[in-house]
Design a protein around this ligand. Sequence first.
Ligand SMILES: NC(=O)c1ccc[n+]([C@@H]2O[C@H](COP(=O)([O-])OP(=O)(O)OC[C@H]3O[C@@H](n4cnc5c(N)ncnc54)[C@H](OP(=O)(O)O)[C@@H]3O)[C@@H](O)[C@H]2O)c1
Length: 315
Amino acid sequence: MRILILGGNGFVGRAVVDDALEQGAQVASFSRGVSGTPLPPGVVQLLGDRASGDYSALKTGEWDAVVDLSGYQTNEVDAAMDVLGDRVGRYVFVSSHAAYARGLPPGTDETAPRREPLRAADELTNETYGPCKVACEDDVLERYGDRATIVRPGRVTGPGDTASTVFYWVRRGAAGGRVALPTKPEQPLQFVDSRDVGRLVVQLITDARSGGYNAVGPFSTIAELIETSAELSGTTVDLVQVPRDAAPARFPLLEPEAEWGGRRRDPAKARAAGMSVTPFRQTVADLLLWDQDRGTPELDYGFTPEQEQQLLAAQ
Ligand SMILES: NC(=O)c1ccc[n+]([C@@H]2O[C@H](COP(=O)([O-])OP(=O)(O)OC[C@H]3O[C@@H](n4cnc5c(N)ncnc54)[C@H](OP(=O)(O)O)[C@@H]3O)[C@@H](O)[C@H]2O)c1
């Protein structure tokens, strides 16, 4: 099996690369070669730039499937499809759970309504990212039909996750003590481990499956994340709920209650197609180890210890 991965050196891309290699596939990765991790031995690195439209490294070659992890707007996806045409057997587009309409109830599956498509945006924001993904999905489906596969991951985490979002709470739990929590402890989470996304994508290619798949993980809560991190680190925590407006508008993992249903999506179709399910506790344990290994770099948001102490003193 020959797989071309657009963005194989990125966070999710690397998990797809690793799984594909494990299944004995021949793997090539296309990117600028700027971010992410060095590719493992045996992976062919193809350099180019989707922003400037430099796809010259893809002008030759044939693959059983392409996995598009770096397509955010229709011009990027359309350009890749123009270049690759029928030299790829299947086009797997990695979209996002943000493609779905907001405010859906818990338990929705792949038939849930999506947001209105947006063909281009000057900037990708919370408002434009999901609609742009919808437009990309539509273009891929129109061009490849039965040979199109759409994967919609929820929030992805696992070793290699470079965003501060999950680590703020993992580290906070590990540190122990009184924890200022500007949301209800039962706020739902539904992380998916990057390794499970990799497993799903490669299995979908192997079995030539078409259509949409929710790549979402086990149900958990923000309290469970903090408490599991504490327990695995040998500490204990006391969660102290503080007012939402005590925290800045942008704060790790906080979401309005009206959107909590989006953290309870139905994973049945993807699991039936072979997606693995890393237990939540295992993911958290691996996050703690990975964070230590990389030297616990500074996070770019969340309370500072001083801010948190002040808030807790007022409770
Ligand atoms: N992470 C999540 O929680 C999450 C959730 C839902 C969906 N997704 C989707 O999953 C996909 C991968 O996400 P990620 O978090 O793994 O992203 P990431 O770590 O930022 O990786 C992005 C990849 O795209 C490449 N890239 C960026 N700009 C490029 C350009 N101009 N030309 C060519 N390649 C370029 C990067 O490599 P170079 O810098 O070397 O070019 C890298 O390999 C995205 O489509 C995202 O929407 C992610």
